[in-house]
Each structure stands twice: as structure tokens, then as C-alpha cells.
Write a protein that binds this ligand. Structure first.
Ligand code: COA
Ligand code: MG
Length: 321
């Protein structure tokens, strides 16, 4: 009798946990998709650029407290970020704050200021593995940070590259806050001595590892910046390369780069139409229970449905002209 009751309680607990996980999945909690095609860095110390960012068409803005801010300007930049996020209308795009390394100078102050400002995400620089994410996550839990406050991670150190598989595995935990990887190509080049070569040929193997890790971890992944903001032809080519490698978008340093990134990382009208057909066909009466269907003589499986739904969620009505 006693054994029966214990088994029942255990079974009940397992069923409740599974139902909770399933509900989280259905609510889209696990990996909500937002368009992150054009993501612009703005130094927190630059008041004029911060004001301008509110008028630009980028999908997200990263307010930078790290590399773009001189050591003497750090404190003022932190205050400016705080005041700016208090006042700004946040609708229409994501706002992310990049802090200095938690273990380095000013990192804790940055983290607390960013936590207080509740941006959409805090971007951690020079992430060397899952432990760095866990420390930040723990600090967010201890301060009762809302669930929607995500973490993003810069992949820009040799150690961070080596630890990518562990980072991906760790981000599959329920309630993990890590949502997006950001390629820090300038730092990677500096740290390794690699010469990127024409068309970034020598960087491509590392970029692909980032994309692979992001997919394994259910994360978004953004390509690194292009420093030459006057050569827009070269920039467009680099955007196309990033899109072909599988990146969701590109990080930018200048407003002139926004348009090319938006258009390159948006699905074409044909891709949107195809995705809509797949979604509509699976939803048609009689197909709801099917695992595989045919559309115009082509086999379409549920994995294509998931892909189509992801594409539509990201296109947000803004497609390639
Ligand atoms: N975000 C918002 N606005 C920006 C901007 C940015 N990243 N970069 C430039 N602008 C604005 C300028 O304020 C200027 O505004 P205005 O038309 O109202 O006068 C306009 O765009 C044209 O700028 P421009 O004169 O061409 O460039 P600049 O000399 O002002 O700035 C940089 C050049 C590189 C210093 C600047 O683009 C920058 O700081 N970029 C971000 C660097 C960064 O964050 N790096 C860290 C990550 S790698
Ligand atoms: Mg860096």
C-alpha cells in the first residue's frame, strides 16, 4: 500500500514536470524568434549616436559599455545608458547592453546598471564557456530579474571557440537565458594572429563552428562587424556571405550598413510565399495528423513546416524588395 502511494506520487511528479516542459514548448518560451538581421552597436558614451539610433530601421541596438568606450569615460557611459533606457520608447526594436567582462574592471558595476535598466538582453563579452553564462544567470536569478531578460554571448576568444559545444549543450537547459551568439571577429583575429584573407576565407571555418553551435543550442547567431563602413559594396558581399553561412543577421557599426543587412537577411517574397503554402497545406483538413505531405510533386515533412514557421516569424512583413 505504502509502495503504491509512493509510486503514484512519483508518477504524478514526473507527469507534472513533463506537462510543464510541454507547455513551455508550446508557449514558444524555449526559443522565441525575432528578426535580428541588422544589429547596430552604439557607444554608450556617444549621446548623439544614441539619439540617432531611435530613428533608425535596425532590428536591435547594442548599447556598448565595453570596447567602444574609453576607460576614462566608463562611468559617464554607464550613467548615460541608464538615463537613456529610462526615457526611450523601447517598442519596435530590441535594446541590448554590452557590459565589460564580469571578472574585469567595471564589470560588476556595468552588470548591476544593466540589470537595473532591464534591457531585452545583456551581452557578455569574451565568454570562455558555460561557466561565464552560469555566473551571470545566477546573478540575474538572485536579483529576481524578469524571465524576459536574456543573455547574449560574444564568441571572440580562442577558449570560447573551443568551448562552443559545451556552451550549446548548456543552453538547452529549461529556463536557460542564453538566446544569441555574437561573432567577435576583430578580437578573434587579434587573439589568434589569423589573417582573415580575401573574402574572410581563413575565418570561415570558425564562423561555421559558431553557426553549428548556435543551431545545436537553439540559439540565434550574428555575424561580426565590417570595419570599413564606407565600402558598401564590400559590405553587401560580406552580408551575403554571412547569410550563406547560416547567420541570422549581422552586427553593424554605422547607420549606412543597416539597409544592406536588412535586405540580405530578409527572406525573398518567393521564400515567404513558399513558407505560407507549407503552413497552409499542413493546416488543411485531413493533413493535421500527417507527418509528410506533397506540394506540387515535392515531399514536404514536418521539419519543413518548422522551418517555414521560423522564416515567417522572422520576416515580420519586411521582405527583400
Ligand atoms: N549608431 C548611431 N548613429 C551613428 C553611429 C552608430 N553606431 N555611427 C555614426 N552615427 C551617426 C553619427 O552620429 C552621424 O549622425 P548625424 O548625421 O546626426 O550627424 C551620422 O551617423 C554619420 O556619422 P559619420 O560622420 O559617418 O561617422 P562618425 O565619424 O560620427 O562615427 C564611428 C564613426 C566609427 C566612430 C561610429 O560609427 C561608431 O562609433 N560606431 C560604433 C563603434 C562601436 O560601437 N564599436 C564597438 C563594437 S565593434
Ligand atoms: Mg570584443
Amino acid at each position: 500500500m505504502q509502495a503504491d502511494t509512493t509510486s503514484f506520487v512519483l508518477l504524478w511528479q514526473v507527469a507534472a514536470s513533463l506537462a510543464r516542459l510541454a507547455a513551455l514548448g508550446q508557449l514558444g518560451w524555449m526559443k522565441p524568434s525575432r528578426p535580428r538581421r541588422a544589429v547596430l552597436y552604439v557607444p554608450a558614451s556617444n549621446e548623439k549616436a544614441l539619439a540617432k539610433a531611435t530613428t533608425l530601421a535596425c532590428d536591435a541596438v547594442i548599447i556598448d559599455l565595453e570596447d567602444a568606450v574609453a576607460p576614462v569615460a566608463k562611468e559617464e557611459a554607464r550613467e548615460r545608458m541608464r538615463a537613456f533606457l529610462r526615457e526611450v520608447d523601447r517598442s519596435g526594436r530590441e535594446w541590448i547592453v554590452r557590459i565589460n567582462q564580469l571578472s574585469g574592471e567595471g564589470g560588476t558595476e556595468d552588470f548591476l546598471a544593466a540589470r537595473g535598466a532591464v534591457p531585452d538582453a545583456i551581452l557578455l563579452p569574451k565568454v570562455n564557456g558555460p561557466a561565464d553564462i552560469r555566473i551571470a544567470e545566477e546573478a540575474l536569478e538572485q536579483t529576481d530579474a524578469p524571465e524576459r531578460l536574456a543573455l547574449w554571448a560574444m564568441v571572440e576568444t580562442p577558449r570560447g571557440m573551443i568551448e562552443l559545444p559545451a556552451l550549446a549543450a548548456d543552453s538547452r537547459r529549461p529556463f536557460a537565458r542564453l538566446a544569441c551568439l555574437v561573432a567577435g571577429t576583430n578580437d578573434l583575429v587579434k587573439e589568434t594572429g589569423l589573417k582573415p584573407g580575401p573574402g574572410r576565407a581563413n575565418l570561415v571555418p570558425w564562423l561555421l563552428q559558431m553557426v553549428l553551435a548556435a543551431r545545436a543550442g537553439g540559439l540565434d547567431v550574428l555575424d561580426g562587424v565590417s570595419n570599413d563602413f564606407r565600402d558598401l559594396d564590400a559590405f553587401s558581399a560580406e552580408c551575403r556571405q554571412g547569410a550563406e553561412l547560416g547567420f541570422d543577421g549581422k552586427t553593424l557599426i554605422h547607420p549606412a550598413q543597416i539597409e544592406a543587412a536588412l535586405s540580405t537577411f530578409s527572406p525573398s517574397p518567393e521564400e515567404v510565399a513558399e513558407a505560407e503554402t507549407i503552413v497552409a497545406t499542413f493546416a488543411a483538413p485531413g493533413n493535421a495528423e500527417k507527418g509528410v505531405i506533397q506540394i506540387d510533386g515535392r515531399m514536404v515533412e514536418r521539419l519543413h513546416l518548422a522551418q517555414a514557421e521560423r522564416l515567417l516569424a522572422r520576416s515580420k512583413g519586411r521582405n527583400k524588395a
